[in-house]
Design a protein around this ligand. Sequence first.
Ligand SMILES: [Mg+2]
Ligand SMILES: [Zn+2]
Length: 192
Amino acid sequence: MNRAVFLDRDGVLIEDADLLTQTEQLRILPGVPAALSALKFAGFRLVVVTNQPVVARGMITEQGVEAVHAELARRIMAQGGPAIDRFYYCPHHPDATLPQYRVACECRKPRPGMFLQAIAQLKLDGRASFTVGDRLTDIIAGTQVGSRTVLVETGKHTELPITTSDPIDLTIKPEHTCRDLSAGAAWILGIQ
Ligand SMILES: [Mg+2]
Ligand SMILES: [Zn+2]
């Protein structure tokens, strides 16, 4: 069984650009490549799990999201970071503009569908894994697969939960809260 760090994308790896549709909008947050290297070196798979309702709104295609992820992976490595093991994204939204994406799917966080897919495909032990996010919905999804959770303050940690058809359990808290992914990685590695 492998262990992983489930990483939210916007507000954790890159600046949250609100509706990122172009690779020109990619801004990797300070310290991210080095933090990812430290986690990878310690044996963690690096799994990105991101809600991308911009697809449901018709602002970017699924192919476009995949191109953004390929470019993000390339830039992380160009800055000395490691390869990302897998990117998962949810293209759906309950109020989607495009009807084919207007579903109450299992993958949109706070639901754990992307995490469960990763666990099956990469043979991960959820309980030996960690989730790093900037929103409570990341933490709720990560908690549902038994992972330990870290909230970082580089994104939308002060905003209200996202729109979701699921009730948001405000009693769920991250196990640890810290400044950014560098501090989160240090905490994760310090407690192994
Ligand atoms: Mg985020
Ligand atoms: Zn979905």
